[in-house]
Design a protein around this ligand. Sequence first.
Ligand SMILES: [Zn+2]
Length: 263
Amino acid sequence: MSEITPGADMTHRKQGLFFKLMLRSSGVSLFEGGEIPNTDGIIRVVSAHSSAYLVPTNTEKTDYVLIDAGMDKNAANIKKELQIRALHDQAIKAIFITHGHPDHIGGLRQFPDVPIYVGAPDDGYVSGKAPSDGFVGKLTGSQPGIAVTDPDQLKTIADGQVVSIGEKSVEAFTIPGHTRGSVAYVIGSALFVGDAIAFRRNGTKMDSPKPFSHDIPQSRESVARLVRQFDDQGRAIEHVIPSHSDVGTFDALRDDVRQAPMS
Ligand SMILES: [Zn+2]
């Protein structure tokens, strides 16, 4: 039995155009797909307005982890990037979800054989048991059609957890706010932040537009905590990689934290 939900009949294309317009009017630095310079092979895959990332986990660049799965249920652009490199879907060894919004989990069903890591509060979105809440939920409806088919694929990930995949380790940091279950990931010197932040055209940090966010003050505090933690550890982050803007610097996050009043 299929349930009719408010956004269920909106096409992928219409949703994509809507999100794209929202983004453009918000002043983000725009982005293109392809290999991100100076990252040793991280590939941005664009699906409508949203980005997923392929990160190589071996020196030969034949194995990858996928950060998010885009909006497209067919994951066509992810598959295309693999094909360009003469690789099959099996090149993807694990998927790490920054949060459960529909434009980050759309393509998951295309990869039925790999573990999918997600922050516990968002696992209902990914398993299809819970619709996205708030405005995003109203816009897109609940997502049973795009959720994973095999619940055994789903693994919840905790703050500080490290998962080794091939020659790389993926470190998870929970950053609740944009959604309750938002997670940032560090691989090497790259920090994937999902929708917790974006960068403006002048390189400064901005928050996701309010309608898409569960709790912006909480998100800001999560990012500030991450900045303090990484600075305390002397951790070097060279690339901060959001889903809906071009890549930015860790300095821009630090500047924003310094300027903001402590909450
Ligand atoms: Zn989102």
